[in-house]
Design a protein around this ligand. Structure first.
Ligand SMILES: *[C@@H]1O[C@H](CO)[C@@H](O)[C@H](O)[C@H]1NC(C)=O
Ligand SMILES: *[C@@H]1O[C@H](CO)[C@@H](O)[C@H](O)[C@H]1NC(C)=O
Ligand SMILES: *[C@@H]1O[C@H](CO)[C@@H](O)[C@H](O)[C@H]1NC(C)=O
Ligand SMILES: *[C@@H]1O[C@H](CO)[C@@H](O)[C@H](O)[C@H]1NC(C)=O
Length: 169
């Protein structure tokens, strides 16, 4: 138990460190599900509600925080498969959390957890990647890219600290 907690913590920290060092490239980190990460959602609209609050563009990254072996991520190509939680066709599968997915193409992407009935319960995420980042209304145009990345990283670091302290308790 202790070992797997430590393992998880180390993975998480390495993800955060990796993101700090690659963070100079454009692109915003979106922590899926915000503070709760990728887990068995309390209701069916949980991730839909989260996605609605985000503008996700090409070059951004989705960060799924989860425990390997308990959750995973499968990507399916169509809304039909997504709606049915069907794994008949899978375009990607990730099972070593945390997972960072860089979004390189415009258009819809469909993810869900392929473990048990997690998808049916609501552990599923559909996003629509837009072509360009929307302008940031109150940021000066010279530094808008830096501010959004900076804010994302500050948030990420804060979150990591929370998760780690929770794990250590
Ligand atoms: C789903 O759960 C979240 C978190 O508990 C809550 O904020 C939200 O209002 C819930 N939505 C519905 C439709 O119950
Ligand atoms: C997303 O971008 C649009 C403009 O393109 C803006 O009106 C909206 O407030 C943004 N939403 C969020 C959650 O940032
Ligand atoms: C995704 O967004 C584009 C334009 O921003 C829109 O044309 C398209 O219909 C959207 N797709 C989905 C599945 O919502
Ligand atoms: C925004 O860009 C315009 C044109 O490139 C420039 O004239 C203006 O000074 C810039 N504003 C800020 C706040 O950087």
């Amino acid at each position: 138990m202790m070992a797997s907690k430590t393992h998880y913590t180390i993975l998480l920290l390495s993800a955060v460190m990796a993101s700090l060092f690659t963070g100079s490239a454009a692109g915003v980190y979106h922590i899926v599900g915000a503070g709760k990460g990728w887990w068995m959602a309390p209701n069916k609209t949980y991730y839909e509600d989260w996605a609605r609050t985000r503008n996700i563009s090409i070059g951004d990254k989705l960060m799924f925080l989860y425990r390997s072996g308990v959750y995973n991520i499968v990507e399916v190509p169509t809304k039909e498969l997504f709606d049915k939680c069907s794994m008949k066709i899978i375009t990607n599968r990730y099972q070593n959390g945390p997972t960072i997915i860089e979004l390189t193409q415009q258009g819809p992407r469909y993810y869900f957890c392929g473990v048990g009935k997690h998808c049916e319960v609501g552990q599923k995420l559909a996003i629509n990647v837009s072509a360009v980042a929307p302008p940031q209304p109150d940021a000066p145009n010279t530094s808008s890219a830096t501010t959004s990345t900076g804010a994302g990283l500050r948030y990420l670091t804060g979150l990591a600290v929370c998760v780690v302290s929770e794990l250590l308790m």
